[in-house]
Write a protein that binds this ligand. Sequence first.
Ligand SMILES: Nc1nc2c(ncn2[C@@H]2O[C@H](COP(=O)(O)OP(=O)(O)OP(=O)(O)O)[C@@H](O)[C@H]2O)c(=O)[nH]1
Ligand SMILES: [Mg+2]
Length: 229
Amino acid sequence: MNDTQFIEVKKNILDHNDRIADAFRAERTKDRTFLMDIMGSPGAGKTSLLLALIAALRREGSPEIGVIEADLESDVDALKIKAAGIPSVELNTKGVCHVEMGMMKQAYSAFAGRKFDYLFLENIGNLVCPADFDTGCHRRVMLLSVPEGWDKVCKYPPMFGIVDALIVTKCDYLPLNPDFDMQALCDHARVLNPRLQIFVTSARTGEGIEEAAAWIRSQREEVLASQTK
Ligand SMILES: Nc1nc2c(ncn2[C@@H]2O[C@H](COP(=O)(O)OP(=O)(O)OP(=O)(O)O)[C@@H](O)[C@H]2O)c(=O)[nH]1
Ligand SMILES: [Mg+2]
């Protein structure tokens, strides 16, 4: 007799997380807060890009913007964001390699009811685990920096498959990396994800920042419009 039971632990955990994420997202839509999850490898340029994007978003109107900074350890990034005059909460995962909804809700509650037009999550630097966990955001983007190499799209396909936008960062390094094949990156990424938006940016020179910020504004408008339908 075969009495082996298979327990789908991962599926159950993810389903539970997804349900909480859907409810959280709906609440934030009601509040008119647009949430965006920023993912990418350690050092891909997440904090630098965030600072550049927030400066660009602030050039039009005066949106209320907040940031949740997730890290395995330290408050280095949260302090950088605060130093730029942006409300920020440090989400210290104590070694966990992704953010899930229990953490997200706790971090959000630390803003004590403050209302935002845009709320960004800088996820843990990791191209693998964060792809599995819905963080309750309206849009998810991933960063790939030029020094990492275009072939990461072949090695970490799930992340490329689930995001709304790919933001190539540190494009000022392109002249130093002649083997970075932008066309191959875009072709492979669009096979994995045909609806993917792609931006090529540099937080150092400002290239592509206005375009990415305009897309973020348009995504917020889209989310808010979906609520009034
Ligand atoms: N040349 C160049 N360097 C950049 C750019 N963006 C970030 N950097 C540098 O890359 C390094 C990492 O940038 P961060 O913004 O801290 O990257 P991160 O992804 O937030 O890093 P972690 O949070 O530690 O994973 C820093 O030395 C930045 O100055 C860019 O567009 N061009
Ligand atoms: Mg950072």
